[in-house]
Design a protein around this ligand. Structure first.
Ligand code: RUQ
Ligand code: CUA
Length: 658
């Protein structure tokens, strides 16, 4: 009993240190000298890098320029966005469909750019949904979410969406272990150890980016936190940090902080592929959705899948290995050569760095100290390259500059620490304001980092900005890392709470064949209206379909009568413009819905159920021309059973009917 009390109290002290972070001194004069010039991008000039930043509990992804910190766009991914009609238009609703039905929100923690040969290639960026486990792919030609796949057998998809060096796979690991969907989940919570399982998912990415859940690996119940793929010599392996190896199901802050070491799980996914080919997987009955966006019909489709192939790590002994890692590891990062694996233990006083070559030797020599739920546990020392001593408090994440240096964020001591990967010597440290989580160096988790800037993403900004009520903004801070010493050059607030972010050279994305508008002749939307003459209103029972066009500066038709209370009205608006950056908006009074924002050449649908008799204006919401304020129309709603005929017009008056 005594020892238990002692254990609890040490854990509580550690946790108190972890949650209450220290404030660096001299916060007011942190920026000096030529800093402003380094972050200054003159009006009309382009930034050097695109920065794709996770929006945390906003569920979205935001796009900034570096080094200016200017916000270009918020891309709606997992949360509805009335500004862009995402999740409001009939076409986009299926993108947010899940096995639980329509889910309007999620929590996006990590972004990952697609890679070719281990280098960022500018095709897609992936994002994870933490709450209702999913992975999204955003097309960087359109900056639009093109695909979302749900993950069965998972809870809290946190260690995701990390990818292999040729974007063969994007992975996901369950943060909350749960009984598998193919098992009976109606079990006592205190049977965690027997009934709860971890599942990690390998989602195959095709040539056009299409995602398919290839297989899962079932493991003992733990919390998978982060991951990264091997690269170069370690290509073929994946590394997942896991905590709660204590398998606690209550008061985790204490009960999952008992052991000195948890694990990094090394996964030989090439071996797993062989087992899949050899038919060693078990097909399990599950249910998950796969949602895809079609660029030619401008609509999304949601399919339900019912099966997944599961490999058992305890049975197939040579796919997973546990590397002991102090203490409650969070970040798991691989250096550009693929040799070094950095585990950041939130409660550890040092940073362990493991060696891929030593890992291979240890496996060959079976240097095991036992097993964990049937998975071999390697001896810590046999896999260790070395430890970074006294790096700071609360290490979370590491990125690399491609010049042999690593940079680790320290949540508790609020700083970024630069250290040498081979000697493990600390070279420099700079304060962050405050409680830094993730960091990003452009290409910093790839084989080819662009080690010029480092961006720190902070959880707390107390006293840094004008106050905004009980909630203060989160922020990013940019450091110049081109010299020996890191230099803070700018900080700027972010959308939502930023977790991981990635950045790519601007030209890579700017010159990837960016789409400027949709060609009207290629528009295959079933309700497309390709000219004003074809615009019409069609009644089908109580459903009324308005085939509408928009063009600077009017809608066709713009007077509509003969709508009755109880009708469902579908405005299918085709934007006839064939020019870059001429969206039109569409909004109608009283709609319990968002607006439409229709790109040139696109067709988008707003559903409206009038709630009363009367005359309702609609208008364009995007200031599209000098006569934008004239871009409006009226729709008349009559009582059910009224004699007012269905009629519509543009530019002439309808015959009066009472
Ligand atoms: S996390 S602040 Cu959700 Cu990636 Cu580490
Ligand atoms: Cu169209 Cu304003």
């Amino acid at each position: 009993m005594k020892t238990k009390i002692f254990k609890i109290s040490t854990a509580v002290i550690l946790i108190a240190a972890f949650t209450v972070s220290c404030k660096p001194k001299n916060s007011s004069d942190a920026v000096s000298g030529d800093a402003a010039q380094k972050a200054y991008v003159a009006p009309g000039k382009y930034d050097e890098f695109y920065n794709f930043v996770s929006g945390g509990f906003s569920g979205q992804l935001s796009v900034y320029g570096l080094p200016s910190g200017r916000l270009f766009r918020v891309i709606p991914v997992f949360s509805v966005d009335p500004e862009k009609g995402w999740g409001y238009s009939e076409e986009t609703k299926p993108m947010l469909n899940t096995s639980h039905g329509f889910v309007p929100w999620d929590d996006l923690h990590h972004t990952e750019l697609s890679q070719t040969n281990g280098e960022v290639d500018g095709r897609w960026v992936f994002g994870n949904a933490n709450n209702t486990p999913r992975i999204a792919r955003i097309d960087l030609k359109t900056f639009k979410t093109a695909e979302i796949i749900e993950l069965p057998n998972s809870g809290g998809n946190h260690s995701s969406p990390f990818i292999t060096e040729n974007t063969e796979y994007v992975v996901a690991g369950t943060r909350f272990s749960v009984p598998g969907d193919y098992q009976n989940g109606d079990v006592p919570i205190n049977t965690y150890k027997e009934n709860y399982k971890g599942h990690i998912s390998f989602v195959k990415v095709g040539k056009e980016g299409e995602m398919n859940l290839a297989f899962q690996i079932v493991t003992p119940g733990v919390n998978f936190d982060l991951s990264h793929a091997g690269k170069g010599k370690s290509h073929g392996w994946f590394f997942f940090s896991c905590y709660n190896s204590e398998q606690a199901n209550t008061l985790l802050e204490v009960n999952a902080s008992q052991k000195d070491k948890d694990f990094i799980m090394a996964v030989n996914w090439k071996k797993a592929e062989e087992y899949v080919k050899a038919g060693k997987g078990k097909k399990q009955k599950v249910r998950y959705t796969h949602n895809t966006w079609n660029e030619s019909t401008h609509t999304a489709k949601s399919e339900t899948k019912t099966e997944v192939l599961v490999l058992d790590a305890a049975e197939l002994k040579d796919i997973c290995y546990m590397i002991p890692c102090p203490k409650s590891p969070h970040g798991c990062d691989i250096d550009p050569t693929g040799e070094y694996i950095v585990g950041s233990g939130k409660l550890a006083a040092l940073i362990p760095v493991f060696s891929y070559e030593k890992l291979q030797t240890a496996i060959k020599n079976k240097s095991y100290e036992g097993d964990y739920g049937g998975i071999p546990v390697l001896k810590y020392e046999t896999v260790l390259h070395g430890e970074v001593q006294k790096p700071g408090l609360g290490p979370l994440h590491t990125e690399f500059d491609g010049k042999g240096n690593a940079y680790t964020t320290m949540f508790v001591s609020s700083e970024v620490v630069k250290w040498d990967i081979s000697t493990l010597k600390v070279l420099d440290r700079v304060p962050t304001y405050y409680s830094v989580g993730h960091l990003c160096i452009p290409g910093g988790d790839s084989k080819k980092p662009f080690g010029k800037y480092l961006i720190a993403y902070n959880k707390i900004t107390k006293d840094r900005y004008l106050p905004t009520g009980p909630e203060l903004c989160q922020s990013a801070q940019i450091y110049d890392i081109s010299g020996d010493k890191m230099q803070l050059i700018l900080d700027f607030p972010t959308i939502g709470e930023p977790h991981y972010a990635q950045a790519a050279p601007a030209d890579l994305i700017r010159n990837n064949g960016q789409l400027k508008f949709y060609k009207l002749e290629d528009n295959k939307h079933p309700y497309a209206t390709k000219g004003e003459k074809e615009s019409k209103v069609v009644r089908n029972g109580n459903k009324v379909h308005v085939y509408m066009t928009s063009m600077r500066s009017h809608f066709a038709p713009d007077n509509i009568e003969g709508i009755y209370l109880g009708d469902e009205v579908y405005f299918h608006v085709t934007n006839l413009e064939q020019d870059w950056d001429v969206p039109h908006g569409f909004a109608i009074k009283g709609a319990d819905n968002g607006e439409l924002l229709i790109m040139p050449g696109e067709t988008t649908t707003l559903k409206w159920v009038p709630d009363r008799i009367g005359t309702f204006p609609f208008y364009c919401t995007d200031f599209c021309s000098a006569l934008h304020q004239e871009m409006q129309g009226y729709i008349r709603v009559s009582p059910k059973g009224s004699k007012v005929p269905l009629q519509f017009s543009l530019g002439t008056n309808l015959p009066a009917s009472k």
